[in-house]
Design a protein around this ligand. Structure first.
Ligand SMILES: [Zn+2]
Length: 312
């Protein structure tokens, strides 16, 4: 099937009490690892591309890699989504270039300016059959060119969501309830806890409306330990507990963004490979197991965190 929008996916996910996984793609092995897991588990899928990924791999290469995945996985509904579109022009370029979904992230702007920019993107996107994710509230952390300090982050204010959604016409909304970008989400020694009270209040005000969580890796410690054991240096990396994300998926959260955990899986695998096989230098020797590590991580997320396996 051709690329799809997330409209039908989110409706089913909302009603079914699960969420769709949105995974960032940068190269062929990552695209293959993610899509093969979704194919084997009959899971609908969102592949997302950040501005940084477009700069790294080039728009055409990314589009063609995703088109290849669509051909290889004919039963999997796949959305191609722009992650953190910084402005109208970037969103327009992706809409014109074949994406079926874009995010406009004007969450760092004042409320009225966020509405104005988002509305402009929504008008153009809807004219072209593309859906739009917007953001209210700001997450801490670093992701490509999005870098927000903990002091500048803020939870979404539920009293703003109805006005924002009705004035912008956006199709889904990313909110800030304590997740953050990167592998260092919480201070060591503190108990990571999402603000379910904020999520529930948002959902009460927007019944049936799909909510999105960014920065939702769990940073499994066995991978951090493996990276550190084999020459890495990631002390104190901490993520969001998987059971809290599973609970969010049962509520109004329909899309969960997971990137750092795939990075950790790939890096841990490659570091271990070289430690055990110091003579290897052909990329296939270490990228093949790295691709499998991505696939295993995504399969785990689809089943245990998102609950979206066998939902096609
Ligand atoms: Zn994000």
């Amino acid at each position: 099937m051709p690329l799809v929008t997330s409209t039908e996916m989110f409706k089913k996910a909302y009603e079914g009490g699960y969420a769709i996984g949105a995974f960032n793609v940068n190269n062929m092995e990552i695209v293959q690892g993610i899509t093969e897991a979704a194919r084997d588990l009959d899971a609908p899928l969102i592949l997302q591309v950040s501005k940084g990924a477009r700069a790294y791999a080039n728009h055409t290469y990314l589009i063609k890699l995703v088109e290849a995945a669509v051909i290889e996985c004919p039963n999997v509904p796949i959305v191609l989504h722009l992650d953190h579109g910084p402005d109208f022009e970037t969103c327009k370029s992706c809409i014109d270039g074949g994406f079926t979904s874009v995010m406009i992230d004007a969450s760092g702007k004042p409320f009225d300016e966020n509405i104005e920019i988002t509305r402009k993107v929504v008008e153009y996107a809807h004219d072209h059959g593309v859906v739009v994710e917007a953001e209210l509230g700001t997450l801490a952390g670093i992701e490509d060119e999005v870098n927000v300090s903990a002091e500048d982050s803020s939870y979404t204010r539920p009293e703003e969501v109805e006005e924002f959604v009705s004035r912008t016409g956006c199709d889904s909304l990313a909110i800030a309830i304590g997740t953050s970008h990167g592998a260092f989400k919480f201070k060591p020694g503190t108990k990571p806890q999402l603000r379910f009270d904020v999520l529930e209040e948002v959902s009460r005000r927007l019944p049936g409306f799909p909510i999105v969580l960014h920065g939702s890796s769990s940073v499994p410690q066995e991978f951090v330990e493996k990276i550190n054991q084999f020459g890495g240096n990631m002390p104190g990396a901490i993520g969001v507990p998987e059971d809290q994300l599973r609970h969010a998926a049962e509520l109004s959260v329909c899309k969960i963004n997971i990137d750092s955990d795939l990075r950790l899986a790939m890096t841990a695998c490659i570091r271990e490979h070289f430690a055990h096989n110091p003579g290897d230098f052909a990329p296939r020797q270490y990228l093949k197991p790295a691709r499998q590590a991505i696939k295993d991580m995504v399969a785990h997320k689809l089943i245990n965190v998102l609950g979206c396996d066998h939902k096609i």
